[in-house]
Design a protein around this ligand. Structure first.
Ligand code: CO
Length: 206
């Protein structure tokens, strides 16, 4: 029942203020998250919940298969705001095993508009897994494609003007690639971190 959501919301609000009377007052006056999360829209991968973060602690953008399109005004605006207004220190591109978007990208079924959206995944598949033909993707291969796509999205994000400009100005902001396991609830760092803004100019560090 849709009304249940509103009832649960009231209970949640009451619980928060019972623990800390000025919880919402403080939150409404301050947004200073250190993290930008770019994740999949999948309902099983909610950024705040799986990282144990409270409201106010992570800025979030989600889309199907957590992809970076250089023409995505929505995503680019979120990144721009996070980097230059909120001054986040870390951007996390997080994908997940068992991602329907990753599977759809290389399946033989036609997913309409999504075929265009998922093109970056097919590019990774073609370049990094040339031996796997369309329709021949098992779970193991899809997991590797999922990881490779995340690494690719980290690189694509690093190439956007917002990040390039921020780094040229010496801004210390890192882009990380993580993958989440639906079966165990564990986040794994894929160790493809990029930060070109550090003063010592370390190119890549995990
Ligand atoms: Co997904």
């Amino acid at each position: 029942m849709i009304d249940d959501l509103l009832i649960r919301n009231k209970l949640w609000s009451q619980e928060k203020t019972a623990k800390q009377a000025d919880y919402f007052e403080r939150l409404s006056n301050l947004q200073r998250p250190e993290y930008l999360w770019i994740g999949c829209s999948d309902s099983r991968v909610p950024a705040n919940v799986i990282t144990g973060l409270e409201p106010g602690e992570v800025f979030v953008h989600r889309n199907v298969a957590n992809l970076i399109h250089s023409t995505d005004l929505n995503m680019l605006s979120v990144v721009e705001f996070a980097v230059n207004q909120l001054n986040v220190k870390h951007i996390i591109v997080c994908g997940h095993y068992g991602c329907g978007g990753i599977g759809a990208a290389v399946s033989e079924q036609d997913f309409g508009l999504l075929e265009h959206w998922l093109q970056p995944v097919r590019d990774v598949a073609r370049i990094s897994f040339p031996h796997v033909h369309r329709g021949g993707w098992n779970d193991e291969a899809l997991d590797r494609l999922c990881e490779a796509s995340i690494v690719s999205q980290v690189q694509r994000l690093a190439n956007t003007p917002t990040l390039q400009t921020a780094w040229a100005a010496g801004k210390d902001v890192s882009i990380h690639g993580w993958v989440y396991g639906l079966k165990d609830g564990i986040l794994t760092d894929l160790e493809c971190t990029i930060n070109l803004g550090k003063t010592d100019r370390e190119p890549v560090s995990a």
